[in-house]
Design a binder for this molecule. Sequence first.
Ligand code: GEK
Length: 247
Amino acid sequence: MFAMNPDKPQDTLYSQPLEAITDFVFDESVVRVFRDMIGRSVPGYSTLLSMIPVIMRKHGQHDSRAYDLGCSLGASTLAMRHGISHAKMDIVAVDNSVAMIETCAKNIAQDSSPVPVSLHCEDIRQTHISNASVVVMNFTLQFVAREDRLSLVKKIYDGLNPSGVFLLSEKISLAPDQQEWMTELHHEFKKANGYSELEISQKRSALENVLVPESIIEHEQRLREAGFSRVMPWFQCFNFVSLLAIK
Ligand code: GEK
């Protein structure tokens, strides 16, 4: 199995009352606590990561590339790396936060796998995708402007080889009767992980204009419109879903 740097400073960014809540950004203060933050905030995150090597082994292709779009500290990149058993495969990992990419580079350097990883600090809307067998985008499309999502998914489709797969994980929006219920369960999950009501509500406000979730139907329709022939929600935990789409 892969291992990340064991340092995991605790996320206390929203623990004190803030006079004004500004929009969430992936800056150095977030990067420092990010491992702790994502594990305590995204239900099912570690299970989802643990399945990536399985998906990689099945769908990776010899002499092709895998992409991790919105790689943050490289958790999905490392999971992909340890699922690669195919000759001449490498990984391209992309994030537009300088602080994320710098720490990601250290995590990759400390990892034992020989699979080459190239890191790019750029907007994933600018990333060139070609000869791809697997593209992973874990919890990142939700931060991309809605009007740019279809062209980005189309670009991923175009860059995939025949039978290539796109793994897309997102926080989703739900029908009104399900939305409140799943949001409450998500908040219970965060409370069980030590977040206070204040932290939950301040973080929620900070993300309000930044993280724009869509329904599973919207995601499925977009994937099909981009050209994917088969789409399968393979994992869900409360209002967090992962889809697999095959070219
Ligand atoms: C994981 N996948 O641990 N271009 C490039 N990067 C972006 C863009 C963009 N347009 N928008 C946001 N990001 C990771 C977790 S986190 C999810 C992904 C979360 C980057 C942003 O800098 C951040 O690192 C990442 O996408 C989203 O499996 O924090 O909920």
